[in-house]
Each structure stands twice: as C-alpha cells, then as structure tokens.
Design a protein. Sequence first.
Length: 120
Amino acid sequence: MKKLSNELLKTYYWMIVLFAIFSISVIISFALFLWRENEENIKTVETFINYELKEFEDKEELKKLSNEELFKTALEEAPKIQDVYVEIFYQGKKYTKPPYLPDRKHNFLDYYSVTKTYQL
C-alpha cells in the first residue's frame, strides 16, 4: 500500500510540474503576442509620421498652409489604431486629435508614452 501511495505521490508531482510549465508557457506566449502587436502599432505610427514629415518638405501646396491647418490635416490622416493617441508639438503649441477608442471608458493612466522627437 505504501508503494502505491508513493507512486501516486510521484504522479501528482509530475502533474503539478507539467501544469505549471503549461501555465507559464501560455502566459509567456500571450505576453509575447501583446508585445509584438504593440511594437507593430508603434512602427505603423512612426512610419506615418516619417511619411508626413517628408510630404511636408516635398509638396509645394502644403507649404502654403498655416501650421494649424497642416497639422490638423496630418492628424486626420493618422492611422486609426485602437488606444493610440498622436500628439504633435511644434513651436510650443500642441496639436492633438482624440484617440480612437472603443466603447469603453479610459483615463490617461491607461496609456504609456512612446515619445520620439523629430527635427523640422
């Protein structure tokens, strides 16, 4: 009977270890998925900003617009990514557009800041 009890105990230990490994791997996989998804969203916004800045320099009709119209146009064309908020600071003024949010309440603590400074 004691031998059977020891065998069951070993089996239970193996089951606990396997369940723990499986659970940890699921958590790590999900975290990596979220990390990659956020990284892709950041790259999308960064590519958009680089494209817009190059467009500002190249197109003559854009040079005739005021800064406010220029940045509002750029913000209107910004990619619509959930929970992404694009702000443009230029000569001490802040140009923003409300973030694209689903139907839920948010506050500013729900966002983490990824800041990149561009020279014009």
